[in-house]
Design a binder for this molecule. Structure first.
Ligand code: IMP
Ligand code: MG
Length: 186
């Protein structure tokens, strides 16, 4: 698996991810044990990167959930944030009094989560918690609350398990990081 002039290293194996999700799911289920089948926890996956993480996580939760998705764009084909995320759609738009868990693939600058939290509050959500598979704190530009973190990563581009490199490799079972190769000598 190569991408342009770069190579990669495995950061977290499928087994490590599975174990970490057991612990996260236990913690979330405990902290939201008051939700009922009449008013379930709204789990909102941020497309597209969170789709695999969300699918695995919700099957480990022991509380009633309702699943929604939202699309927030900021990157396009580029690997650096434009800093102006845009919310493209949400399948549910009445969050009045609802308890919400936002599920992200990675919190980088924080702009996406910040925009989403403001949006959800404007739609009337009650308690809003943020769960991210990966946290890249060194890149933070906006202070945002991140309540549940799968793994912390260094400021390098990561992919696999839902995360892409220009729309590739989302289907990989593990999480990898790109490493830039030194320029070829000529
Ligand atoms: P933020 O708004 O800068 O926090 O960026 C969040 C979004 O950028 C994530 O939901 C990802 O889609 C994308 N992103 C940030 N860093 C990476 C990375 O290392 N690999 C893949 N996608 C990333
Ligand atoms: Mg992305």
């Amino acid at each position: 698996m190569t991408h342009h002039h770069e190579t990669f290293v495995e950061l977290f194996s499928a087994g490590m991810i599975d174990k970490r999700l057991d612990a996260l799911a236990q913690q979330i289920s405990r902290e939201f044990d008051f939700v009922t089948e009449t008013v379930p926890l709204v789990v909102i996956g941020v497309l597209k990167g969170s789709f695999i993480f969300l699918a695995d996580l919700v099957r480990k939760l022991t509380i009633p959930v309702e699943i929604e998705f939202v699309r927030v764009t900021s990157y396009g084909q580029s690997q650096t944030s434009s800093g102006k995320p845009e919310i493209l759609f949400a399948t549910l738009n009445d969050f009045t009094g609802r308890d919400v868990l936002v599920v992200e693939d990675i919190v980088d600058t924080g702009y996406t989560v910040d925009t989403l939290l403001k949006y959800l509050r404007s739609l009337g959500a009650n308690r809003i918690k943020v769960c991210t598979l990966l946290d890249k704190p060194a890149k933070r530009q906006m202070q945002v609350p991140v309540d549940y973190i799968g793994f912390e990563v260094a400021p390098q581009f990561t992919f696999g398990y839902g995360l892409d490199v220009a729309e590739c490799y989302r289907e990989k079972n593990g999480i990898y990081a790109l490493e830039n190769l030194p320029e070829p000598q000529s």
